[in-house]
Design a protein around this ligand. Sequence first.
Ligand code: ZN
Length: 369
Amino acid sequence: MKRDGEIIKTSFVGIAGNILLVAGKIVVGLLASSISIITDAVNNLTDAMSSIVTIVGTKLSGKKPDKKHPYGHGRTEFITSALIAMIIFVAGALAIYESVVSLIDGEQPAYDVYSFVIVSLAIVVKIALGLYFRLRGNKLSSDALRASGTDALMDSILSFGTLVGALISYLTGVHLEGYIGIVIGLLIIKSSIDVFRESASKIIGERTDAAFAKNMVDDIAKVPGVLGVYDLIINNYGADRNIASVHVEVADDMTAKEIQAMERSIGYICYEKFGTIMTVGVYAKNDETEGQKMIKEKILSIVKDYPEILQTHGFYADEERRVISLDIVISFDCKTPDKTYKEVCEKVSAAYPDYTIQIVIDNDFSLSE
Ligand SMILES: [Zn+2]
């Protein structure tokens, strides 16, 4: 896939850049016997490692669907992002450890002008790398690249702290490197937790982007024969790989032939435009007879007393079989959805005691913003 190739190319730029930084800093760090610059170099080495993890992750998530994983392997990328977060965490812990050790040892580094020039240059390179990763990550919607970009920008702050500490110790003889290192180490650990939380949240399964869902619903609504679009559920298995389902309302005298033509159009639009494999379910619209209209109005007036009910749909009153069916979507903000459901069921049953009442709770998968 082209996207995978681009991610891998970007990661190779990261590996090359970081190895260059590691080499430069190790030389300077050893010559100046500065523990903070050597630690900084080790930290850059973990970045090169995380780029390698990104390449492996991309290769794995690009793997074709197979019998065991028919939804593809796209979610592997969320796991590699979590692994990168752990690498950042280790680097942060390492920075704190080394800083404490240097404080205890009271080591006196000896900087010269060249150390400052090279460390400054390294900061510029690191910022450029970080921005490049962010840019490519956003363009290719790759969490792994974005995570690497965040890591690189955090590291440029770490390097800057190292530079400031070195300058102060060079100019005044006061050695602050250890303290600066501890603060920066804590910041790195915080960023690692943020990256980890984001990828963990994606692994658990997040709500679909509201704008994406709305565009899809709007396009489905335009298909001839569709009178209403409800219950859009989108399961994401990595970039551009969605398995979804939706309910559409249609006239209750539509033939199977007409429904099939409509379903085909919906399926095609979702696949072509949204990279989504769509299954369509059908609700028949019926508020034709006076009796049906009255029942619907009555039920809507019952539901109106519950602001936590975001939507009522799929209403059907079968006067022959004596069945009333409808769905209600209850807001996630409501703490007692079961109570709401029970009350609505009881009120509808009380109003129509000779009917069988079938009310289904739908989750707010993509309805509200
Ligand atoms: Zn529904």
